[in-house]
Design a protein around this ligand. Structure first.
Ligand SMILES: Nc1ncnc2c1ncn2[C@@H]1O[C@H](COP(=O)(O)OP(=O)(O)OP(=O)(O)O)[C@@H](O)[C@H]1O
Length: 251
């Protein structure tokens, strides 16, 4: 069966619930992400945004409901899950680079280990990707020798090296000094323009306005609103969203 005018969504969450102990963190979430779509998830702290993102590639288990990725209902373990993990890139707030590997090695490792790509081919591709994120000149350095913004761009290149079907970004600029935020957002805007499917948890409203196809507002474990950025930012439908926006936009 097809949806969205004949295009099957890349990801579909159906009635997904998740508890941490007594805390109901995801409350009956229904959400689709279309191929090539940039979905920005915003909302107050503790609302479940990270958990939603992590549930999509099963870094978090879910209690019930269903997650369909690229036409397949995902199990909690096994080969299908390993395939998902290699097809869904993830960029975290903390860059998670291997400290004792060079920048180039960080980007080469995944394709060699997981995909069986030859070292030479992976290394050549790594340089192309480092070029793309504007960091090829630093290829032989180690992560600690780079700024936070540069390290995050390496993390994006590393995700791209796996030829992912989508990339999840969980607050990718939150740990950065303010002057480095834009360089990372510019790389992400470039990816969005190139058609990468992206789910982005962020407080960067400028990014949402420029790059998002859809904004999802999450609070208290629920999707409270979802709309185009234009509609959401000018005409939010709920008090919760309006209240949140008035706080962050005047911040
Ligand atoms: N591993 C865990 N064990 C227990 N509780 C957790 C765990 N991870 C998250 N939580 C709790 O679940 C709730 C949702 O957290 P989550 O990180 O998904 O929210 P968030 O919207 O991303 O918030 P933030 O913007 O602060 O990162 C919070 O109350 C958090 O403390």
């Amino acid at each position: 069966m097809t949806e969205n005018g004949g295009v099957t969504p890349l990801v579909r969450l159906e009635n997904v619930n998740k508890h941490f102990g007594a805390l109901h963190v995801l409350k009956n979430i229904n959400l689709t992400v279309s191929r090539g779509e940039v979905l920005v998830v915003i909302g107050p702290s503790g609302g479940g945004k990270s958990t939603l993102c992590r549930a999509i590639n099963r870094l978090e288990t879910i209690d019930d409901g269903k997650i369909v990725f690229d036409g397949q209902v995902l199990p909690e373990e096994g080969k299908a899950l390993a395939r998902l993990r290699s097809e869904v890139g993830m960029v975290f707030q903390s860059f998670n680079l291997f400290a004792h590997k060079t920048i180039r090695e960080n980007v080469t490792l995944g394709p060699v280990k997981v995909r069986g790509v030859s070292k030479d081919a992976a290394s050549k591709r790594a340089m192309e990707l480092l070029e793309r994120v504007g960091i090829a000149a630093q290829a032989d350095k180690y992560p600690a020798q780079l700024s936070g913004g540069q390290q995050q761009r390496v993390a994006i290149a590393r995700a791209l090296a796996m030829d992912p079907k989508m990339i999840l970004f969980d607050e990718p600029t939150s740990a950065l000094d303010p002057e480095m935020v834009q360089e990372v957002l510019d790389v992400m805007i470039g990816l969005a323009r190139d058609g990468m499917t992206m789910v982005v948890v962020t407080h960067e409203m400028g990014f949402a306005r420029r790059a998002a196809n859809r904004v999802v507002f999450m609070a208290d474990g629920q999707i409270v609103e979802e709309n185009t950025p234009d509609e959401f930012f000018t005409n939010a439908q709920t008090d919760r969203a309006r209240d949140f926006l008035s706080k962050i936009l005047t911040h």
